[in-house]
Design a protein around this ligand. Structure first.
Ligand code: PSU
Ligand code: MN
Length: 312
């Protein structure tokens, strides 16, 4: 654990996670914003539980991250997971929101930026999500770029995702990741995945094909002593489960128009667009999103197992 300095606010570890740290078992961090703000109810709670089961089935221990009563939690029990999925007072917390949420004693779901920070600080090496945040389309007008990117430039953690959300400007986001020095690995592909789609059409410089290869990259980076930034493992949704490309493009254009017309801004943009896509595709985008997340969680467990074995 890195919470050795006594002046630090220690995260509350679940008994399962504490035990895993003590015995060297692999742990996979999961974010909670996707649960609280990225998926419709009541499906979100079932998904939260399913994702934890997938981690366990893969031989690792799940650590869903959230803030409850102003305390950061790494690993949630059954009641706490329910609270995140069902309680209306649960806020969306990026990295910069952690301190005010702690001071206010608030409940909050953590985004990729806040989850990566808390998980890395607790000593967790692998984290799974759906799609990362990034540079939004129309950035020149709104300057909307997810805080996920800057935090990933500063957290030593491996993030398994289906690329970045396709609601974003994908080439601009990849450029930003390059500038920030974040390593990007295509998993079984030389194309950057497109979240709802197996491919965004953009190239990636490095391709890996097994969890052991990812573990080798992690070990090599440790051996180098840096950089202190994330490794993104970009894992495509299976083609058989991807969203139809033409439907995706048409519906996304409508959703972006709706977002602009209603003047949606700030933290509300991403949940709004995801919800619009689900509605306008009759639920098809939700199924593709879930297929991507499940695949990422399974792969993250395999990477955590391989990495823990390599460390022994
Ligand atoms: N992946 C999903 N669904 C989501 C998210 C990721 O499949 O809802 C969340 C993550 O928590 C990510 C956040 O950090 O969306 C990005 O929000 P923003 O664009 O406001 O930074
Ligand atoms: Mn934003």
């Amino acid at each position: 654990m890195s919470d050795t300095a006594s002046h630090r606010t220690a995260s509350q570890l679940s008994p399962e996670v504490r035990e895993a740290f003590a015995t060297g078992r692999p742990v996979v961090a999961l974010e909670s914003t996707i649960i609280a703000h990225g998926l419709p109810r009541p499906r979100n709670l079932a998904v939260a539980r399913e994702l934890e089961s997938l981690v366990r089935a893969g031989g690792a221990v799940p650590a869903t991250v959230a803030v409850l009563d102003g305390r950061p939690h790494v690993g949630l029990n059954k009641d706490q997971l329910e609270r995140i999925a069902e309680d209306d007072s649960v806020r969306k917390l990026g990295h910069r929101d952690l301190a005010p949420a702690l001071a206010a004693g608030a409940d909050g779901a953590t985004t990729v930026s806040a989850t990566a920070f808390l998980a890395a600080r607790a000593g967790i090496r692998v984290f799974a999500t759906g799609g990362l945040g990034g540079v939004h389309r129309g950035w020149t007008e709104t300057q909307d770029e997810s805080a996920d990117l800057r935090l990933l430039a500063a957290a030593r953690i491996t993030v398994v995702c289906a690329g970045v959300k396709s609601i974003l400007d994908v080439p601009a986001t990849l450029q930003r990741l390059e500038t920030l020095g974040v390593t990007v690995l295509g998993y079984g592909t030389d194309r950057f995945p497109g979240f709802y789609l197996a491919s965004s059409g953009e190239p990636v410089d490095w391709t890996v094909r097994t969890p052991e290869e990812v573990a080798a990259v992690m070990a090599a980076r440790d051996g180098l002593g840096g950089p202190e930034s994330a490794i993104i493992v970009a894992n495509p949704v299976p083609e058989s489960e991807q969203l139809d490309q033409a439907l995706h493009d048409r519906v996304l254009a409508e959703a972006l128009d709706a977002c602009r017309e209603r003047g949606i801004g700030g933290q509300a943009v991403t949940p709004f667009l995801l919800e619009q896509l689900t509605r306008r595709t009759g639920g098809a985008s939700l199924e593709a999103n879930l297929a991507a997340v499940r695949g990422n969680v399974r792969l993250a467990a395999r990477i955590a197992v391989a990495s823990a074995a390599a460390e022994r």
